[in-house]
Write a protein that binds this ligand. Structure first.
Ligand code: ADP
Ligand code: MG
Length: 272
């Protein structure tokens, strides 16, 4: 049974050319957490995320998914536990219709036709793409293709979802739309690990931030703590979101994480 628990124990990773990408990472992500993985380019975010679906295996240490070492499971078995969205979702689309695309994974598991149809419908409803089921995936917008790719991952039933910079190529409206979808998927009990360098998204959506710098985990805690930790921000080349900067300039007792929070705090102030 998929439980959605992700664990790294003393993980080192070096690529075949000798590049050391991760230097001793230990962390534990429990079921139902919404975690942002932050850090500058080249800090090891993609490498760490790919260790979680078994595309990469650690050079030293272990990666445990639902308590089982990734070395003891195939990539196909791991896909039942961790859905992994690549930075470019086009690489993940292989079928002529959205319906077919969502069914690819479940079909390979020899489910009954009825169960297959139920899963496809469930995933399409969750991702709000029911009206696209008969379309060709490559005729959709990037944001729609991304939803199709997420639906096809979710249809396999994993309780954890790992997404590598899913908002990078989206415009502002699409970006918030995909984040709202992740919030809904999270609300159904899924663990979410969001790789991003967008601090405002981390602040508004994640409960916990991890920051990597040169292959080391230099922060693990709540977004508000990260935004107040100048030394860590500097080491990870991160800028706190503008609302958090505003809170600091106005000497608010704690950083605001979203525009909503800022509005509430300021309204209280102005109505005094
Ligand atoms: P991020 O996603 O944070 O930008 P990556 O995990 O992609 O970081 O990269 C971490 C380090 O590993 C970088 O030094 C990068 O150049 C290196 N790297 C990434 N992919 C490969 C690869 N296929 N072969 C060799 N080195 C790589
Ligand atoms: Mg990357």
């Amino acid at each position: 049974m998929s439980q959605g628990e992700l664990r790294l124990e003393g993980v080192h990773f070096a690529y075949p050319d000798g590049t050391v990408a991760l230097r001793g990472i230990s962390l534990n992500i429990g079921r139902g957490e919404f975690v942002a993985l932050l850090g500058p380019n080249g800090s090891g975010k993609t490498t760490l995320s790919r260790l979680l679906n078994g595309l990469l295996r650690p050079t030293q240490g272990s990666v445990l998914i639902d308590g089982v070492d990734t070395r003891r499971r195939s990539v196909a078995e791991l896909a039942l536990r961790v859905g992994y969205l690549f930075q470019n979702p086009n690489h993940q689309l292989v079928s002529a219709t959205v319906r077919g695309e969502i069914a690819v994974g479940p079909r390979a598991r020899a489910l009954s036709a009825a169960e297959l149809a139920t899963r496809v419908t469930w995933a399409a409803e969750l991702l709000d793409i029911v009206q696209l089921l008969d379309e060709h995936p490559l005729l959709l917008t990037l944001a729609q293709r991304q939803r199709v790719a997420i639906a096809s991952l979710i249809a396999l039933g994993p309780l954890a979802l790992v997404l590598d910079e899913p908002t990078t190529a989206l415009d502002a409206r699409e970006r918030l739309a995909v984040m709202e979808l992740l919030r809904q998927i999270h609300a159904t009990g899924h663990t979410i690990l969001l790789v991003t360098h967008e601090m405002d998204l981390a602040g508004e959506f994640a409960q916990r931030c991890l920051a990597l710098s040169d292959g080391e985990l230099i922060f693990d805690g709540e977004p508000a703590m990260l935004f107040g930790d100048d030394e860590t921000l500097r080491r990870a080349s991160l800028e706190p979101p503008q609302v958090a900067q505003l809170a600091r300039r106005l000497q608010a007792p704690q950083p605001w994480l979203s525009v909503e929070e800022a509005v509430q705090a300021l309204q209280v102030h102005m109505c005094r």
